[in-house]
Design a protein around this ligand. Structure first.
Ligand code: HEM
Length: 234
């Protein structure tokens, strides 16, 4: 006799896996990998500001991103889903950890943790607030002093000439670097690549990738603040 839901349906298996700690860790790793890929692509797009025809290149890039409303919204919703799942799974893992150890360690052992790993619960929330501010600044223009639709070069130069927003970007991008240093390494570990033979190489990869993304992004507000980028805009 057929039951309403076959006991071994893929959905049920996935939900059962999600109930487990390792299932939640996989969700954090997979969504983290997607967000990591996005930050690489986004930074490469932003670095077009260093091209000789930066204003035109960035405008064409914006046009390309907005060419298909369906695709744009599919990507936006996919990113939002990754972001929400990433945060929810981390919050659940945090609560499980606390339930398993209601009293904190008398002395935390810094030997097995790094500064990046210890600050994940600081860098994560800062990035959350950064993304909210960032969307209001450079996507909708609500917090931008002089937003021009589909002209990212103008929006970046005018936006980053203001020291306070630039400072916030620099702090947030440093936090992104710290978050990715531990997050990317942790992602490899979760998917079973923590074998001692690869451990150091993967840790080095995570550190270099995080530094490149962080420094690449930070360079933009810094060069604009210094007046090196954007001299052509009065
Ligand atoms: C200095 C660093 C960054 C710069 C200069 C920058 C620049 C921009 C610009 C110009 C846009 C508008 C693109 C357009 O609509 O044409 C944008 C959108 C966006 N940025 Fe960034 N970004 C930076 C860092 C980040 C980071 C770290 C994240 C996420 C972790 C992020 C997430 C987004 C998202 C989700 C959008 C909206 C895309 C859309 O749906 O239209 N950005 N960014």
């Amino acid at each position: 006799m057929a039951t309403a839901a076959a006991p071994n349906s893929k959905l049920q298996q996935s939900l059962a896996l999600y109930q487990s700690t390792i299932g939640k860790k996989y969700v954090v790793a997979i969504t983290g990998a997607a967000l990591f890929a996005f930050t690489i692509g986004h930074m490469l797009g932003n670095l077009q500001i260093y091209l000789p025809n930066a204003q035109e290149a960035l405008a064409n890039y914006a046009k390309l991103l907005h060419a298909s409303a369906e695709l744009l919204w599919a990507v936006r919703l996919g990113l939002l889903a990754c972001f929400v799942l990433h945060v929810v799974a981390i919050a659940q893992l945090y609560n499980l950890n606390r339930a398993a150890r209601p009293t904190a360690y008398v002395k935390k052992s810094p030997t097995i943790s790094t500064y990046a790993s210890r600050t994940m619960y600081l860098s994560g929330p800062i990035l959350f607030f950064f993304v909210l501010y960032h969307l209001s600044h450079l996507t909708t223009g609500a917090t931008h002093p002089n937003f021009v639709d589909m002209d990212p070069y103008h929006n970046l130069v005018v936006g980053f000439r203001q020291p306070l927003p630039s400072l916030f970007y620099i702090i947030a991008m440093s936090m992104l670097g710290l978050h990715l240093t531990h997050g990317v390494w942790s992602m490899f570990h979760t998917v079973g690549l923590g074998h001692p033979r690869y451990r150091e190489a993967l840790r080095t990869f995570a550190t270099i990738a995080a530094a490149v993304i962080s420094i690449g992004n930070i360079s933009i507000p810094v060069f604009i603040l210094l007046g090196i980028i954007g001299k052509d805009l009065v």
